[in-house]
Design a protein around this ligand. Sequence first.
Ligand code: PLP
Length: 357
Amino acid sequence: MRPEGREIGSEFHWDPALLLTVAREGHLPAGHQLFATGCGAMSALLRRLAQPGRLHVPSFFCMGVAEALSADMPLAWYRHRPDGRGPRFETLRARPGDVVLAQNLFGRDDGEAWHDWIDANPDVIVVEDHSHDPFGPWAESSTAPYAVASLRKTLPLPDGGLLWSPRGLPVPAPAGEPSTGAHLKLTAMLLKSAWLDGRPIAKETFRELQGRGEQTLLGSAGPPSEFTAAVLPVLNIARVRTASTRNARALSALLGLECDVPRGAAPFRVQLLCPDEQSRDDLLRHLAGHGIFAPVHWRQDRGGVWSGDEESAELADRILTVPVDHRCGPADVHRAAQVLGGKPARSTKPRPLAAQR
Ligand SMILES: Cc1ncc(COP(=O)(O)O)c(C=O)c1O
């Protein structure tokens, strides 16, 4: 087998085996709207709400999304770091007329604290971001006014941003045309699938399409591609969640890390925390050298839009995500653990997030 054939992580390919054999109704939230992207869905919602105040964003979040949303509302930040302590409500100074973005960070939160906060602050609009576990127990039992989830982070789809109101409030619909970016990305997914099958497709071809597609798609508040709209209702989401949960648990166990998640939740891969930025970057290179493409959720550029919370930015400098998603089998998970065991000399042992508690 080509070494590339054993890659772990990177973009999803299209795999028709992930479709249900029998259609099942009702795994999408009632009254939802489907957009091309999660960011576009949030932006359309903020524009519809037209609140006069500020948008409160967690200090450990995707800075590109925060920056995009700052065009719709001025930003404020509250502390929510990947330290197992959840949101720090004493830093969330929201007033009536403000909107708060709450997130299920790495699929490890149960939403209980938010449930209470929402009850106690009925004049503040809370939008929950469930991108890391869109079909988990918190998303399904949410009491928030609004919820959103970017779907292509966990599901093999070229695009898709789900917007719904757990309270049954009206939500805006997408406007305009689907993004051509989704078509480029779908082409990349199909070509990658052929490449994985050993067909003579150059890796650069689908990588270039994927990158260009993502750039074109970025922030689209249009409708999803026809492909995503047709496939989402018949995707075997339970199977994807079960497989990725099994893999995150297995890798955590092999590395001697805790995998402490709410009952029924699907953790978003495995995050490691290195001693410093240099050892994190060394580890990223080491993993890539073994065909394991680990993303960083999320870099904070102190010279650009960032949380202003030095500790969150410092954690962002040291973190990486080992992408043991639903595509991995037990052998892949073992290989990832082995590769992590033989790290380059300069990187000291990565520490689990739980060790920060
Ligand atoms: C947690 C989270 N929420 C929302 C988004 C926005 O989703 P999309 O890329 O579909 O616009 C992202 C994107 O990276 C994200 O990481």
